[in-house]
Design a protein around this ligand. Sequence first.
Ligand SMILES: Cc1cc2nc3c(=O)[nH]c(=O)nc-3n(C[C@H](O)[C@H](O)[C@H](O)COP(=O)(O)OP(=O)(O)OC[C@H]3O[C@@H](n4cnc5c(N)ncnc54)[C@H](O)[C@@H]3O)c2cc1C
Length: 524
Amino acid sequence: MNRDTMIQKLQSHEGIWDILIIGGGATGLGIAVDSAARGYKTLLLEQHDFAKGTSSRSTKLVHGGVRYLQQGDISLVLEALKERGLMIQNAPHLVSNQAFVIPNYSWWDGPFYQLGLKIYDFMSGDLGIGSSKRLSVKETIRHIPTIDQKELAGGVIYFDGQFDDARMAISLAKTAAHSDGVLLNYMKVEKIMKNKEGIIEGVVALDLETQEKYQVQSKVVINATGVFADAVKKMDDPSTKEMIQPSQGTHIVLDASFLPNKYAIMVPHTKDGRVLFAVPWHNKVVVGTTDTVIDKPLLEPHFQLEEVEFILETASQYLTKKPTKKDILSVFSGLRPLAKPEGDKQSTKEISRHHKVMISSSGLITVIGGKWTTYRKMAEDTVDNAILIGGLQGSKCTTHNLPIFGYDKNLNLTEDPLAVYGIEKQALLDLEAEDPMYGSIISESLPLKASQIIWAVRQEMARTLEDMLARRVRGLFLDVNESLRIAPRVAYIMANELKKSPDWIKNQLTEFRATAEHYQLVLD
Ligand SMILES: Cc1cc2nc3c(=O)[nH]c(=O)nc-3n(C[C@H](O)[C@H](O)[C@H](O)COP(=O)(O)OP(=O)(O)OC[C@H]3O[C@@H](n4cnc5c(N)ncnc54)[C@H](O)[C@@H]3O)c2cc1C
């Protein structure tokens, strides 16, 4: 997958596209996969990098959502459990089975959560990934040696999926490209074009690398811009009512020693009534999340100090090794594209996580809500609507059993840092054999080799230092200071590949350092 080739395909395309998607997060990329796999001429335009928005900032869970079960939202849990099963089936190189322990501190918690989780297991049907069971105090401690043992009454173990969200996004882009979809990052949609009858017939997009403008015609235009959906809806109809309520969720990242046995912890009820997860991820631990209503959607949201303090305080209640600000390797925040409540008094956590597909009078299709786990179903529903709106020749959805690009079920995701490349892992090893420079280690702790940088430039459309260190490899999310340390070397390797000047390196480093501030907790 190469950006120059994609630009050529856009320029040489004759006729009208069938489906044009605005937004390259989980939702847009899922739609591109579905649409291209059904044989439609598909174009996706992303204003920044793929998964720059919420889709690289999730808790990294492929889950039915135990908490939605608590809230009684059976249909959402059923749908998500089915999709969880399909994601594991179709992308075994990206999604792994993760065991979670709910520690119990009262005798009543054990039977209560066990019953709930048995229902959760049952609802997974044939796509179940493991049976939940009660744990004695001794077993709970064996699984989580760092668990606070004071008044511990036992635990319940259950299973859900876990993944690398930004890597999944790249694999979805490659899946769509494999079916002749054209996908472009750094291509911002600025305007919606309409015919004399007021029906949408395409968009005007700006290539942010060259400042060249494109007028692109399409039978259907889909707004898959997450928290930015209102801005695109306003391009269609300036008088449209805002419908998105952004809600920020922050995570902190800690060293693996806080959770040494690779079992995750799930706290079903925090002080503010939320669920808190501590999940092993790329040899570190991700802890979160929060729910903070935000006024305005931002592409690079910044954590609030209170959110970090709340996570530290809650995690400290459950761990013997109490995390402090000094232990934080990285902090990241993402915005939930929740639907605005109808009444004023409803809080964001009560707003439905179900996705919504909406069609405006001019034919703009907008899809909002949902979760990473349900991206495939969201895409199926959206493309089914697009067929009707665009008068496209009917074609059935094929993504239930469609392997995600790189499909390989023989890789060990928890032990092998190159497993996320799937079948392409061999190509990276071949690169290393070709030139010993490519095999050199850039970071021991992340870990990162030069071959991954070369590969991401050549095959994964990484254009900037941030694309590389935030989303192709996850350094910025895993350890911000280590990422800043290696940034000059990574920028140098990228510049060589992209044939860029020393000035480019300088600018990239300046921009990257500014972005890194959003992931860095400055200690007093
Ligand atoms: C804190 C948090 C934790 C979460 N954890 C989980 C989890 O563990 N599991 C799970 O299943 N779900 C989780 N979710 C939900 C999931 O991450 C989101 O539902 C999903 O990522 C939303 O994807 P999206 O594509 O709709 O939005 P985004 O990822 O935000 O993508 C929208 C894209 O549109 C682009 N865009 C905007 N305007 C334009 C324009 N004019 N032209 C071109 N492009 C444009 C943006 O740059 C952006 O990349 C979590 C969400 C949050 C906030």
